[in-house]
Design a protein around this ligand. Structure first.
Ligand code: UFG
Length: 323
């Protein structure tokens, strides 16, 4: 298929593009390069530099790509930043997303796979989190993604655009070529690996008094290649759907740090800090629905191989993409 990938120069987008190309699809990456990196774009893909907030440019790029489907990764995705600058999140994630749906409608593109998030659930009543739990975001980032999920319903009912929303839990790891390099790095695993590389003296542990076995937050880390595989399967689904996407396993912050010490063979100094605002104690996915409906199952369950792939990439790219 010919696929138009917004945010294809970012961490998750770049690796999904690589997997799409490996599977024989044709890809046009659409990215404004504010968060993404030029060298994270697979050279086999076409590249259209542009912004979701420029509806004419967006529509022209989508038409020129001759796309049959869209994968929508482009978004701002920092929970903390969204709490201080909600406008940025609603403008880029909601208004920008609406321009994309409008452009799809104008160009007759009837399929979208959307990069959603477990942050649409807020603090869950129970874990694992399945699709029947209420979505009650606790920050503008999660809200902006939920609003887009809700818009998808109406673009299906009114314009027949079919969508699959994938709510990722904690994406982690790397492919052989592409990895995680955020301009502002807030995520746990890359920050721990920066300590292992000697680029930071220590890593903060945000909160040691959670109601979890070791007092630190528990997350469901899913390998980026498993996540990419789910996108591939989502392309083949005809009806609209929403799926939670994780391994169903939970790893605490301390367990991540210990695993990074094991994988890198280096000591990681830690600094115990107060809780970070907006962090739920435990986020674990139930991926039963995507398993039963699309046959998806993660190849990576244990945390060490996920960290090994991230470490291999960081060793080869100690300064990330260098831009
Ligand atoms: N953490 C630390 N030290 C750090 C960085 C993170 O202790 O230096 C902790 C966090 O407090 C959290 C856990 O490690 O408990 C994981 O944090 P990340 O920032 O790596 O990931 P989050 O779980 O906060 O974020 C993920 C996705 C978001 C999504 C969010 C939903 O990256 O896109 O889950 O809560 F919105």
């Amino acid at each position: 298929m010919r696929i138009f990938v917004t945010g294809g120069a970012g961490y998750i987008g770049s690796i999904c593009v690589e997997e799409l190309l490996n599977a024989g699809h044709q890809v046009t990456v659409f990215d404004n390069l504010t968060e993404g990196h030029r060298s994270a774009i697979d050279p086999r893909a076409d590249f259209a530099q542009g912004d979701l907030l420029d509806p004419q440019g967006l529509q022209a790029a989508l038409r020129a790509a001759g796309a049959e489907a869209v994968m929508h990764f482009a978004a701002n995705a920092l929970v903390g930043e969204s709490m201080s600058n909600p406008t940025k999140y609603f403008r880029n994630n909601v208004t920008g997303g609406m321009h994309l749906l409008e452009a799809m409608n104008e160009c007759g593109v009837k399929k979208i796979v959307f990069s959603s998030t477990c942050a649409t659930f807020g603090t869950p009543e129970r874990v694992p989190i399945d699709e029947t739990l209420p979505q009650r975001p606790i920050n503008p980032y999660g809200e902006s993604k939920l609003i887009f999920e809700q818009m998808l319903r109406w673009y299906d009912e009114i314009h027949g655009i079919k969508s699959v929303a994938l709510r990722y839990f904690n994406a982690a790891g790397a492919s052989a070529r592409f990895g995680e390099d955020h301009r502002i790095e807030t995520h746990l695993i890359p920050n721990v690996l920066k300590v292992a590389l000697g680029q930071k003296p220590n890593v903060s542990i945000f909160g040691t008094d959670y109601e979890t076995p070791d007092g630190t937050c528990v997350r469901d880390y899913i390998h980026i290649l498993d996540l990419a595989q789910a996108h591939m399967l989502a392309l083949g689904r005809e009806a609209s759907a929403k799926y939670n996407l994780g391994t169903g396993g939970g790893t605490s912050v301390r367990e991540i740090i210990t695993a990074c010490e094991r994988v890198t063979g280096r000591k990681i100094e830690v600094l115990e800090q107060p809780r970070r605002s907006g962090d739920p104690a435990r986020l674990i996915a139930s991926s039963e629905r995507i398993h039963s409906e699309l046959g998806w199952a993660p190849k990576f369950q244990a945390i060490d191989p996920i960290i090994e792939s991230a470490w291999a990439w960081h060793l080869r790219h100690p300064n990330g993409y260098g831009d």
